[in-house]
Design a protein around this ligand. Structure first.
Ligand SMILES: Nc1ncnc2c1ncn2[C@@H]1O[C@H](COP(=O)(O)OP(=O)(O)OP(=O)(O)O)[C@@H](O)[C@H]1O
Ligand SMILES: [Mg+2]
Length: 264
């Protein structure tokens, strides 16, 4: 049965700094929102296939990546993404898989008309049908035309930032980049999410203070501590809450979901 909602909220995870926790946050927030009864579509926008690997084993991910039912194929052929949705084993949680060929997407987009809006157009039917409460898009650690596509298709941006000096370095660049896109997209920063917090290092406190000093954006109250269960869960192709419900990061992602659910 088709569910009717007021609207579908599209949130992307971007930070050109690699390893800041984009894929981990996208996967686990997506799982928590679905566990809270919301219908969620995850889109793996990165050739590293990390989001897909959180929900399917390597063999299945490579099979999807090598076939035609993936994001790269849809973007190159400007296809409606409704036909590219794959259900996960979890209720209310679907995924559009990526391909290693996404490494070539910049080149493919280059010759297209309105090249910044291809993803937005491919998502049109899904958004119009309002079947999903949330669409979460995992972006690669770049700032090119493909990431502009992701931002143009989004209502909100979550910026995961690693609690380290280099985690903060370059953040200003990213915000400048977002500002420059103001004519193209209404996407707003929902918040900065501090990840990989290590209490043994004082740097976390400093990171939080520096970030709170910026008045231009919100910093989520929830932050994600370093937790080895995250890596074990990824190794097992599972969200961390499914891998080990009692672990700290599972509780933190649940809290983050509560913050996001308040955002209407
Ligand atoms: N809270 C955490 N505790 C421990 N390890 C973590 C945590 N968050 C992420 N990691 C690990 O850090 C690495 C980078 O995380 P992730 O892949 O989510 O970042 P990313 O921003 O998506 O990276 P990329 O820019 O390459 O796409 C991964 O190996 C992941 O397992
Ligand atoms: Mg990633």
């Amino acid at each position: 049965m088709m569910r009717k909602h007021r609207s579908t909220m599209t949130i992307c995870f971007t930070n050109n700094k690699g390893g800041s926790g984009k894929s981990t946050s996208c996967a686990n927030l997506g799982y928590e929102l679905s566990a809270a009864g919301r219908k969620v579509l995850l889109i793996d926008g990165d050739m590293q296939l990390n989001l897909s690997l959180t929900f399917f084993d390597e063999e299945k991910v490579l099979k999807m990546a090598g076939g035609e039912k993936n994001l790269y194929h849809a973007i190159c052929n400007k296809k409606d993404l409704k036909d590219y949705i794959v259900p996960t084993v979890y209720e209310n949680l679907d995924l559009i898989p990526s391909s290693t060929l996404m490494s070539q997407v910049e080149y493919e987009l280059f010759t297209m008309m309105q090249r910044e809006f291809i993803l937005k157009k491919c998502l049109h039917t899904i958004k119009e049908e309002k079947e999903y409460d949330y669409i979460l898009i995992d972006a690669p650690p770049t700032l090119g035309t493909w990431v502009i596509n992701i931002l143009c298709a989004s209502d909100y941006v979550i910026v995961p930032v690693e609690a380290s000096p280099w985690g903060l370095f370059g953040l200003a660049n990213m915000f400048d980049f977002l500002n420059e896109l103001q004519d193209m997209t209404d996407a707003q920063i929902m918040g900065v999410l501090i990840t990989k917090v290590d209490e043994r290092k004082n740097y976390f406190r400093q990171t939080k203070e520096i970030l709170k000093g910026y008045k231009e954006f919100h910093v989520f109250d929830s932050c994600i501590h370093v937790d080895s269960s995250i890596e074990w869960a990824q190794d097992a192709s599972k969200p961390v809450a499914v891998y080990k419900k009692s672990t700290r990061s599972a509780a933190e992602f649940k809290m983050l979901a509560k913050e996001v659910l308040l955002w209407q």
